[in-house]
Design a protein around this ligand. Structure first.
Ligand code: ADP
Ligand code: ADP
Length: 214
């Protein structure tokens, strides 16, 4: 299965993509996680991405395409993947389709997780992530066992989950990513899934639409 999980910031893409990747035994590839890891490791990629991320803007397409092209060439991605948060622009979607065409394959499904804006703000501002293992919690809906992660790691709030930056990320999404809705609708590969309700319920909806695509 080669699937893309799209959706506005904090819609639940990472939560759902991690679970799908495990169940389908394909890698969960999150460009946001790759950028955050690069920042934590102090690499050149991290240096390039940081300012854009902290401002709620997109990292330039050529930088993002470079890391995705590299990642999709790994052995573990040859039999499938769940992409999370990529593509986010039309040029990225075109770039992805070229990479896949060069491998003689194409996407099986693009799933858009739809969540109203007031809920997105609640999900973003309540998100906490483990500094050690990257596990994602929510202070109300998916609280950690105590003050720390299950693995013992410290929990932190993402810098870009402040109310101001969330507003900026939503504006970026509307301007640059929402056009992909039409792009993939025309291609016939888009399925829109209601992202409200608990994560198990949303998961069941996604599995149902993927069942129709495979
Ligand atoms: P994204 O990858 O789209 O930014 P996440 O998967 O990180 O989104 O989810 C954002 C926040 O919302 C996290 O705190 C997560 O625990 C919480 N969350 C995810 N799915 C749901 C859901 N169905 N209901 C309530 N909270 C959710
Ligand atoms: P969310 O979906 O909650 O905004 P992500 O972890 O997917 O969180 O992305 C965090 C930030 O990383 C984005 O606001 C953007 O700056 C950068 N980023 C992630 N994926 C992409 C992408 N495909 N293109 C450009 N920038 C990206």
């Amino acid at each position: 299965m080669r699937a893309v999980l799209m959706g506005p910031p904090s819609a639940g893409k990472g939560t759902q993509a991690a679970r799908l990747g495990t169940e389908l035994k394909v890698p969960h590839i999150s460009t946001g996680d790759m950028f955050r890891a690069a920042i934590a490791a102090g690499t050149e990629l991290g240096r390039q991405a940081r300012g854009f991320m902290e401002a709620g803007k997109l990292v330039p397409d050529e930088v993002t395409m470079g890391i995705v092209r590299e990642r999709l060439a790994y052995e573990d991605a040859q039999s499938g993947f769940v992409l999370d948060g990529f593509p986010r622009t039309i040029p990225q979607a075109e770039g992805l389709s070229k990479i896949l065409a060069s491998q003689g394959v194409k996407l099986d499904a693009v799933v858009l997780i739809d969540v109203p804006e007031d809920e997105l703000i609640r999900r973003a501002t309540g998100r906490r992530i483990c500094q050690e293992c990257g596990r994602v919690y929510h202070v109300e809906w998916n609280p950690p066992p105590g003050d720390a992660c299950e693995c013992g790691g410290a929990l932190v709030q993402r810098k870009d989950d402040s109310p101001e930056t969330v507003t900026e990320r939503l504006a970026t999404y509307r301007a640059q990513t929402e056009p992909l809705r039409d792009y993939y609708s025309v291609e016939g590969s888009l399925a829109v899934v209601d992202g409200m309700g608990d994560p198990d319920e949303v998961h069941r909806r996604i599995v149902r639409v993927l069942g129709r695509c495979s």
